[in-house]
Write a protein that binds this ligand. Sequence first.
Ligand code: F6R
Length: 365
Amino acid sequence: EKGNFRHFMAKEMHEQPEVVAHTLAHYLDMASDTVQLPGNLPFDFAKLERVSIAACGTAYYAGLVAKYWFERYARLPVEIDVASEFRYREAPLPANGLSIVISQSGETADTLASLRYARDAKQHLLAVVNVPTSTIAREADVIMPTLAGPEIGVASTKAFTCQLATLAAVAVAAGRARGVISAAEERSLVHALVEVPRLMNEALKLEGDIEHLARSFAKTQDVLYLGRGTSYPLALEGALKLKEISYIHAEGYAAGELKHGPIALIDEKMPVVVIAPHDAVFEKTMSNMQEVAARGGRIILITDATGAAKASLETEATLVLPDMHPLVAPLVYAIPVQLLAYHTAVVMGTDVDQPRNLAKSVTVE
Ligand code: F6R
């Protein structure tokens, strides 16, 4: 079942161009270059007051990316919380609010409880789920399926990028319905999404360089991941992936938070992974990178061709992706981040597909 791959995780990472293309095909009409959400929505995006997102772990990070998208492309206010907090914090939810839960398994106890909380608070309920027969899929008003296929590796990879593909489509649809983006803008966003599988294949070509990098990562105690904007959730995801499969301590931070504490950790031993596509906040992230360099930190920069040309600093390694539309960067940057965790774990000799203490589906709180 693993084909030529050593682990399910490796197979699932490499399946991403295909399953993301499949998921996008479900939401995009390539003939008209528009987003077409399947089925009839029981609510109107134009009338929504607010969106509340709840999810756990990697699915929560997909939601965090989506918050930036809903706000940027649909001018929709979004609140987001991990499901274990959302279900108990007694948040007041607005009339005409939309609750979005995101789950690969569709069985995560806290995420399901969040959905039920939102139902009791009379929210519209939309679930982004990978298992169509799951409890969450059954209980939501609307399901936006991710067509990732079965995910066996405990560390979520292809489900994450398919969640992002689905949420991007929903955000663009919301932007159109709310009159925030024009038909021409919708076309250019759809074109950007259609490019994702090709860009993911380019990202997978970095595997050799990443394997090399992983040998030095395997000797380290701690790693810091930094990013701004939609790269901030990617930093959190990178740190989570590394922790869960290699057991190396890692933390993800919004790059601007560096000077508010974590900078104290930086020395010549500490690798700092900087996720910085050449976007609106690139220069800001570069100045944070400068602060790391000034303290002798080891910098691993993940950027694009334009970013690599503009970054004037010495790095330990620079992983260069093609230039791309900012909407799709999180989907593509997920790949080097996953590969780095994977190859580090392989060097460490851990049980990549079944890391200690973890279960694929967390059905108890
Ligand atoms: C991380 C990981 C977990 C899950 C989380 C939610 O690699 O797999 O953090 O993302 O347990 O699971 P689902 O998406 O099934 O609700």
